[in-house]
Design a binder for this molecule. Structure first.
Ligand SMILES: Nc1nc2c(c(=O)[nH]1)N[C@H]1C(S)=C(S)[C@@H](COP(=O)(O)OP(=O)(O)OC[C@H]3O[C@@H](n4cnc5c(=O)[nH]c(N)nc54)[C@H](O)[C@@H]3O)O[C@H]1N2
Ligand SMILES: Nc1nc2c(c(=O)[nH]1)N[C@H]1C(S)=C(S)[C@@H](COP(=O)(O)OP(=O)(O)OC[C@H]3O[C@@H](n4cnc5c(=O)[nH]c(N)nc54)[C@H](O)[C@@H]3O)O[C@H]1N2
Ligand code: SF4
Ligand SMILES: [Mo]
Length: 766
């Protein structure tokens, strides 16, 4: 069958030759790389100034200042001292924000997929042409299938404008991979327990805590700034850190206790801790009596979950389980069992996070100093606009009766609802993908591509040529965060703050911000009433003036702090409080889960184990990179060029693998990595697992530095362990084995979508 959409590599004439010289380029110092192809507009009126922004290299959104040089060129980015997210210090990635702006491989102008001489290529077009094309296609989808058959995938600030556009158009299918592929189960587990989710930044009072328990949450490699800083403060104060991780992480190296747990068994450890804390009367009696529901049921439920029972499952010795439970009790209520963030591991993730929430409840840490504080934010009113039309269906209709507790749309669910199925009547036909590299982000790449094949329209808005842009019908280049305004950051913290992002330079090339793209598309779709401001400056000024500030003020200060409305940072010291749960109490026994037919209290269930010769694929973060988005950043590439696979010495010996040797990994479904990855032999990983950093192994040649460097974990995540409660995609149930030379086939027939769909052609002129 002839495929409609072939994979096209976005290429430019200049970049094609640069890519060929990738090896050479990569060894040049950063300034030479910048000097080579950069045509930076001279912008002298901006010379030697500083402009406020907040960082977009990850979602901690640290507020910062952008400095320009004597030519008005962006020179550096530094932390804003008034910002509680960063306290004036950026992480290495934030400092390298300039590299994102100066990356010569950036997308430079809009493109439309077209066929020339029977070959699919991308044609350079004007913004007018690109936006007209999209509007015509969207209207057609609306007439033929309904507006609800469109969806937005978005990760990052500009998504709000596109979300507004989509809702005005008539669809509520707005999904971010930061939910079903990341923190969704944590939110659902905590909402079921405390009636409130965690959100971002996490309201963990780490700096005042006396005991921090990290369960696969690798702060220090996971560089979420404020909490890394607070954890350093804790270490200086000699507070106790307990790290549960099959790998000797950076956090483990700073901990009093490292529990090298057998992967996939954390729930057993958590239940044993709950058992210890209840049966030794370590729990906070007054707190539980006043605030909790279901203590007696919980006590009975965990009766047999003893440390000896857990030892057989987790390999953590009973005396260690007892000692660490005592450490938690000694610190209570200033103790945090950290909820983690990327928690979609084994499919029972909501229940594991329920156990984490229950443990925090028993120790009385929710709403207490050194535990979880009560975050506060100040909201800005929306610019006046008509009401959104009410769609008569959404992605949920594809899953009748399922995932009712999911609080947000599932990116994987929207993707599944796009794959044609005779049993579903909600097939999505148009996607706008903004700031998310879905090919590397969603598990089961073959499924993602199957969904893309079924689309009538795929618009990709990105700053870089990434794997996802190769599948687009229309590519729109967004300018980087250093070249644009966005919404005011209003995230909750110990006190409310606003942070402004404004351009420090005009957009390079022919790139545009999301707010402009959304407004222009709105005009073409007959939705201009929803965008009734001249430009974003007018809108922001209107919003800020409504709360007694102004755009002018924010341009000067960058961050504005507000007092809390009430003195209730720690609100549960005996005060009356009604939780937003069915019982109005902290639910140790969850009535909401019971109503949905799930276990009201977490139960341990075993997960599949690797066969002989296979090892569990474990992945995580490196301090100097964010997912797949920074691999090509010239400054960060200098710090880390590729990922490596961590292999235990015992296994390395069995396979005769040497440090630095290249291997190809093959998973349980016969999928082999496209590129080889170097071995790192280390005691820091258990013998039953291997570990690699996510975000490498780019197959996009236009990424002149990152192409083919290291391997992609996503290629190996073909098995998904679905969380039945909220639809999170557990991704750590995949097993791999080694090849020392490249095996012939890289994709087994059973997983091939359509071979020609992955034809990697060079595109036309860009
Ligand atoms: N295998 C595997 N999959 C994972 C994970 C994992 O560890 N392993 N982690 C999961 C987690 S925790 C998360 S949160 C998600 C993250 O998933 P994503 O957010 O999809 O992560 P990235 O791969 O960084 O893709 C970001 C995309 O946005 C583009 N971009 C960067 N800045 C801008 C901008 O200002 N504007 C626009 N329009 N585009 C921009 C980048 O070029 C890139 O294409 O992935 C999840 N998926
Ligand atoms: N530098 C940097 N920092 C980041 C990001 C980034 O891309 N780069 N991304 C941000 C985002 S969106 C997120 S969601 C967070 C993610 O960061 P976290 O939520 O902290 O962690 P994960 O990525 O889930 O976890 C990785 C850790 O879990 C361990 N692990 C694996 N399997 C198991 C197991 O069965 N049990 C236990 N106990 N541990 C296990 C791994 O060895 C590894 O140390 O990081 C954030 N911070
Ligand atoms: S933690 Fe680092 S990358 Fe993330 S927003 Fe802050 S400075 Fe930027
Ligand atoms: Mo995440």
């Amino acid at each position: 069958m002839k495929t409609r959409r072939e994979f096209i590599k976005v290429s430019t004439i200049g970049v094609g030759s640069l890519a060929a010289a990738g090896g050479l380029l990569s060894s040049l110092p950063i300034k030479d790389i910048f000097g080579q192809s950069q045509k930076v507009e001279n912008n002298k009126s901006n010379a030697n100034k500083q402009f406020p922004t907040y960082c977009e290299i990850c979602f901690w959104q640290c507020a910062a200042w952008v400095q320009t040089d004597e030519n008005g060129e962006i020179k550096s980015v530094t932390g804003n001292v008034d910002d509680p997210h960063c306290n004036g210090r950026l992480c290495p990635r934030g400092t390298a924000g300039v590299g994102m702006y100066k990356d010569e491989d950036r997308l430079k102008n809009p493109k439309i997929r077209t066929t020339v001489n029977g070959k699919q290529v991308f044609k350079d077009v004007t913004w007018e042409e690109a936006l007209d094309y999209i509007a015509v296609k969207m209207k057609k989808i609306k007439v033929e299938h309904g507006a609800e058959c469109t969806a937005l995938f978005t990760h990052g600030s500009g998504g709000k404008f596109l979300g507004h556009l989509l809702q005005a158009f008539g669809s509520t299918n707005i999904a971010a991979p930061s939910y079903a592929q990341c923190r969704g189960p944590r939110e659902v587990g905590f909402i079921a327990t405390f009636g409130a989710g965690i959100g971002s930044p996490e309201p963990t009072d780490i700096r005042n805590s006396r005991c921090l328990v990290l369960i696969g949450s690798h702060i220090g490699e996971n560089m979420h700034n404020g909490q890394v800083q607070e954890m350093s403060d804790m270490i200086r104060n000699n507070a106790t850190i307990i790290t549960v991780d099959p790998r000797f992480s950076t956090a483990a190296s700073k901990s009093k206790y490292w529990l090298p747990i057998k992967p996939a068994t954390d729930l057993a450890l958590l239940l044993a801790w709950i058992h210890e804390i209840i049966y030794n009367d370590y729990y906070d009696k007054a707190y539980i009596e006043k605030y909790a529901h279901g203590f007696a049921e919980l006590k009975e439920h965990v009766k047999n979950y003893t440390p000896e029972w857990a030892y057989g499952i987790t390999t953590i010795e009973p005396h260690v389980i007892r000692e660490t439970a005592r450490e938690m009790r000694n610190a209570s209520p200033s103790v945090i069992i950290h909820p983690g963030r990327h928690v979609t591991w084994y499919g029972d993730d909501t229940q594991r996070l329920r156990a984490v929430a229950i443990l925090n409840a028993l120790l009385g840490s929710w709403g207490r100093r050194g535990g979880f504080y009560n975050p506060e934010s100040l909201h800005l009113p929306n610019f006046p606009a008509p009401k959104y039309p009410k769609p008569n269906r959404d992605w949920r209709d594809a899953f009748p009766g399922k995932f009712n507790l999911a609080g947000l749309a599932l990116a994987s669910g929207v993707c599944d609802a796009t794959v044609p199925s005779i049993t579903r009547d909600c097939n999505i036909k148009g996607w706008i993908v903004n700031g998310t590299n879905l090919i590397e982000t969603l598990p089961d790449q073959a499924n993602t591509i199957k969904a893309i094949e079924a689309l009538d329209l795929l618009v990709v808005i990105d700053t870089m040529p990434m794997e996802i842009t190769g599948y687009a019908d229309v590519i729109l280049p967004e300018c980087t965060y250093l070249e644009r305004y966005d919404e005011i950051r209003t995230s909750a913290h110990r006190f409310p703050t606003f942070a402004l992002r404004m351009p420090a330079h005009a957009p390079l090339y022919d790139s545009k911000p999301d707010w402009w793209i959304a407004k222009e598309l709105g005009n073409r779709l007959g939705l201009s009433d929803y965008f009734a401001y001249k430009d974003i400056e007018e809108m922001l000024d209107w919003q800020l003036k409504s709360v007694g500030s102004s755009l002018e003020e924010m341009q000067k200060i960058g961050v504005k702090k507000f007092d809390r409305e009430e003195d209730n940072l720690y609100s549960l010291n005996g005060e009356d409080y009604e939780f937003n749960t069915n019982t109005g109490k902290i639910e140790l026994y969850s009535t909401a889960l019971e109503e949905e037919g799930f276990d009201p209290m977490p139960k341990y269930t075993a997960h599949p184990e690797p066969e002989a010769g296979f090892y569990r694929l474990n992945y995580g973060r490196a301090p100097m990179h964010t997912f797949s988005r920074t691999a090509n950043n010239p400054q960060l590439f200098e710090l880390m060029e590729e990922n490596v696979v961590w292999v235990n010495p015992k296994i390395a010996e069995e396979w005769s693998l040497a440090n630095g040797q290249e291997v190809w990994l093959e998973n349980q479904d016969g999928v082999v990595t496209e590129f080889p990855i170097k071995v790192r032999v280390t005691e820091r990983i258990r013998f039953d697992s291997v570990y690699m950093v996510h975000g490498f192994g780019h197959s996009k040649k236009q990424l002149s530095r990152a192409y083919g460097r290291g391997a992609s974990d996503t290629q190996l995540v073909t098995r998904v362990m679905l969380d039945p409660i909220m639809g999170g995609t557990g991704m750590r149930g995949n097993f791999v084995t080694f090849h020392t030379s490249k095996p012939e086939k890289t994709v087994p027939d059973s997983r091939k979508v359509e071979s020609s769909k992955l034809v990697k052609e060079e595109g036309g002129k860009a």
